[in-house]
Write a protein that binds this ligand. Structure first.
Ligand SMILES: Cc1cc2nc3c(=O)[nH]c(=O)nc-3n(C[C@H](O)[C@H](O)[C@H](O)COP(=O)(O)OP(=O)(O)OC[C@H]3O[C@@H](n4cnc5c(N)ncnc54)[C@H](O)[C@@H]3O)c2cc1C
Length: 549
């Protein structure tokens, strides 16, 4: 049994402190797709000397979905692309933990707006369905309220309306009106503007009136409450910001678009796990002649005369580039990779004052038996909603009456566990590292509290069934993913940290530097980070337009 983070064998975390984690050593690249060598002596990196390739060179820092999608799009624009990833596998938060015969996706599993993935395959002249078996999940998820009632989010509108009528009959008309509003917000906020860069206040001013007319100045919960009265239905229609790092009580109501988005294109799961999507995109990059270098940690973006010229690696090597794209956390990129002298907008002070998403406590576990009654996606709510998210976002002490999201991928793909077994992960939103929580001491008691909660609700007898286990805490989000304050979703998606107010996809301070991923526009979540890469289409010049010295 893998005991990392399991009873009695807690991993000791480094002491909490200001700033960023100590640097980890480069991890040797184990995979054949990896660029061959990482020299240890200072000097030029071997990729710099790839003789005979006349294409302008784009360096992408980080291989999260934002970075991988950017790499495909830059390859399609004619760039020679090198993706530099400090970890020993690609995918970022979407990496995969394989242990004890189980396959645990570390992060995203709910695939919405699959067309954003399909676009990447089409850019390479291929069809995603040739490589990826994407299955619809229906119902999308079950919400179990603290009073024992439940709500199934069905895919078909009529089944969904019947579910609303069962739970809160008096709210059916209000629900219909809310879904119409959600559709209108989705049309504007996602379909029309989701891939549009907000590069100036003028861009924002042009679109703000329409967004305000649709209620964008309200919070998600505030807008939902104008349509429905039943508190349980309000929760069911307003919790979505938590999936992108936002507090439903202060995230802009533009995120009400998710209610429509999930119904419009469905909720999907990639057979083999989300890791199959990562591998599929990595293969696209290879097919374009791009490279993924694992164990390649960037320590500095090299800036000359206001323009990004390349990167320095932890090994001391440098790598020249015509353009640099950072998929590392935006706060990390600006604070740690670019000397302060080159930054006017994203100063350390501004980044420190910004508001960050909550973090997550994630427990991955495998059971020796199957729990056939448990859906693929289940949300188990505690007694408090506003009070609990308030505690989390105000960095108060760890609450014991947690709410949980339980993922059972083996409900759709049994191959992710040994025969007769189930793979799970359960995540609990928790404060980021500003809170005074010593995770080295608190992780195991918190895991046990979650285990008890699951045993009381949907997984009876759980303690005796576990045969594989590991945990991820906010400290891991800081140390493993270089996420400022250990936030799971980077900057919080408040109104004043959205669109132009969020770090732009083309750096405001440095020419030739671009940003993709959760901490840039439009925001976190798979549709968000894939859209951030799509925005590059309109910001990055065609490779042919670059004149090389
Ligand atoms: C547990 C969890 C569950 C989630 N579930 C869902 C879901 O079901 N559906 C959904 O849509 N979204 C979900 N999300 C959100 C979604 O996963 C993220 O918003 C998204 O994957 C982030 O992608 P990214 O492009 O920002 O890159 P990240 O995944 O953050 O990757 C950034 C990469 O950059 C690398 N890096 C950082 N610094 C350096 C450096 N100096 N040098 C080299 N490399 C560096 C990191 O190692 C990392 O690999 C979930 C998130 C979490 C944490």
């Amino acid at each position: 049994m893998h005991t990392d983070g399991y009873p009695g064998r807690m991993k000791r975390f480094p002491p909490k402190g200001p700033g960023f984690p100590r640097r980890r050593p480069c991890i040797p690249a184990p995979d054949p797709l990896i660029c061959p060598t990482m020299l240890t002596r200072p000097g030029a990196h071997p990729l710099d000397t790839r003789a005979g390739d006349p294409r302008p060179h784009a360096v992408v820092i980080g291989s999260g979905f934002g970075g991988l999608a950017a790499a495909v799009r830059l390859g399609a624009k004619g760039y020679r692309v090198s993706v530099l990833e400090r970890l020993d596998q690609p995918g970022g938060r979407a990496c995969v933990h394989r242990q004890d015969g189980f396959t645990f996706d570390a992060g995203p599993t709910i695939v919405t707006a699959p067309q954003l993935f399909e676009d990447l395959w089409r850019l390479c002249g291929r069809e995603m369905s040739d490589d990826i078996d994407l299955r619809r999940v229906d119902p999308f998820y079950r919400i179990i309220f603290h009073d024992g009632a439940h709500f199934d989010r069905h895919a078909k509108p009529e089944a969904l309306r019947a579910e609303v009528a069962r739970l809160a009959p008096a709210d059916l008309a209000g629900f219909d009106r809310f879904m119409a509003r959600s559709a209108a917000i989705c049309e504007l906020g996602f379909e029309q503007l989701g891939h549009v860069p907000f590069m100036s206040l003028g861009d924002l001013a042009r679109h703000a009136p329409a967004l305000l007319r649709l209620g964008g100045h309200h919070s998600v919960y505030g807008l939902v409450s104008r349509f429905v009265k039943d508190e349980r239905l309000r929760i069911a229609l307003s919790f979505h910001p938590l999936f992108v790092g936002g507090n439903p009580f202060d995230t802009t109501a533009v995120y009400c678009l998710i209610s429509h988005l999930e119904g419009r294109w469905g909720v999907h799961f990639a057979m083999g796990g989300t890791g199959a999507l990562v591998t599929g995109i990595v293969d696209l990059i290879k097919g374009q002649g791009g490279e993924i270098c694992l164990g390649a940690e960037v320590t500095e973006i090299l800036v000359e005369e206001g323009a990004a010229r390349g990167v320095r690696l932890a090994s001391g090597e440098t790598l020249n580039a015509d353009i640099v794209v950072s998929n590392a956390d935006s706060a990390f990129t600006y604070r740690e990779l670019i000397p302060a002298a080159h930054r006017r907008r994203w100063t350390n002070r501004r980044l420190e004052k910004a508001r960050y998403s909550m973090s997550l406590f994630v427990w991955y576990f495998g059971t020796r038996r199957k729990y056939e009654d448990v859906d693929h996606h289940t949300i188990i709510l505690g007694p408090r909603y506003k009070g609990l998210v308030g505690d989390i976002f105000r960095s108060r002490p760890l609450a014991e009456d947690m709410s949980l999201y339980l993922h059972r991928p083996t409900a759709t793909d049994p191959s992710l566990a040994p025969p007769g077994c189930d793979a799970f992960y359960v995540l609990s939103p928790v404060p980021h590292l500003d809170a005074d929580i010593d995770w080295a001491d608190r992780a195991e008691p918190y895991r046990q509290a979650i285990e008890r909660r699951l045993a009381e609700t949907v997984l009876p007898g759980l303690a005796g069934e576990i045969i594989s286990s590991r945990v991820t805490t906010p400290v891991d989000f800081q140390d493993r993913y270089c996420s400022y304050k250990g936030a799971a979703f980077s900057l919080a998606p408040t109104l004043t940290q959205s669109a132009w107010f969020r770090p732009n996809n083309r750096s405001e301070d440095i020419r030739g530097l671009y940003l993709v991923g959760a901490g840039t526009q439009p925001g976190a979540g798979l549709p968000g980070v894939l859209s951030s890469a799509r925005i590059l289409d309109s910001l990055v010049p065609e490779a042919a337009a670059l004149v090389r010295g």
